[in-house]
Ligand binder design. Structure first.
Ligand code: FPP
Length: 238
């Protein structure tokens, strides 16, 4: 049976869910936040080690200002009200993405929640905020450049140098310390990766569901997990 340590989810479909009900798109995001709580608690209870959720991409700034502002307020509210759930379920909270591009208030709340949960040993939840995989890899390369990793690599043989650089990139990514993604789920019916965890998903099993994120549930996740366990993973071998 496959082992499952890391689940990543592209939470899509909030806007369509709300529009179908004749409501403002923000209603969908509010409902989406409730599903975030349900899925996070479920994964903590299943002894999953890592759950990475795509909440706001580097491209989401292109949305109308009113929607961006609403999402930022929703995130602030979430960080101010959710600590108890994380502590009661032994969940460590870590934000991935270019945190410096977020408001000072949000940055402060993120650091407070990260610091408060840093000792928790159960699930690690990575929340992707102002996240883009290309940006993450470029930030990683910039850090290697600043630490003279390329000069070090130059003293090695080609194959060793490439391995050395790859290890250094891995150790500098926002998800450093975590295993690669085993299962990537996208809700909302679209079949694309949208600049999410491109490095970490090298051998991820992909699962696309038409269910809109506010309708997603622990029950549906459970049936996706059954499917995952039946898949044959070869990691390039035979
Ligand atoms: C995609 O749906 C969803 C987002 C861009 C935001 C995700 C946010 C949440 C799930 C809620 C907030 C999260 C937390 C942690 C408080 P969409 O708006 O692109 O939907 P559409 O494709 O139907 O337009």
């Amino acid at each position: 049976m496959n082992t499952l340590q890391h689940i990543a989810i592209i939470m899509d479909g909030n806007g369509r869910w709300a529009s179908a009900k004749g409501k403002n798109r923000t209603f969908g995001h509010r409902q989406g936040a409730k599903v975030v709580r349900e899925i996070t608690k479920y994964c903590a209870g299943q002894n999953i080690k890592y759950l990475t959720l795509y909440a706001f991409s580097t491209e989401n700034w292109l949305r109308p200002k009113s929607e961006v502002d609403f999402l930022m307020k929703l995130l602030e509210h979430y960080l101010q009200s959710e600590l108890e759930v994380y502590q009661n379920n032994n969940i460590r909270f870590v934000v991935i993405g270019d945190v410096e591009g977020l408001s000072k208030k949000l940055q402060k709340l993120i650091h407070a929640m990260q610091d408060a949960t840093t000792q928790n040993t159960g699930l690690t939840q990575f929340l992707a905020l102002n996240y883009g995989a290309k940006n993450e890899i470029a930030r990683s390369a910039f850090s290697l450049y600043n630490r003279n990793v390329f000069a070090q690599a130059k003293t090695l043989k080609r194959e060793q140098a490439i391995e050395y650089i790859a290890k250094n990139i891995e150790n500098t990514l926002d998800t450093r310390g975590a295993s690669d993604v085993d299962l990537l789920i996208r809700t909302g019916g679209e079949m694309r990766l949208s600049n999410f965890l491109l490095w970490q998903c090298a051998y991820a099993e992909l699962f696309f569901t038409p269910t809109l994120w506010p309708d997603f549930s622990a029950k549906e996740l459970e049936s996706i997990l059954q499917d995952f366990y039946r898949r044959i993973r070869r990691f390039g071998g035979l």
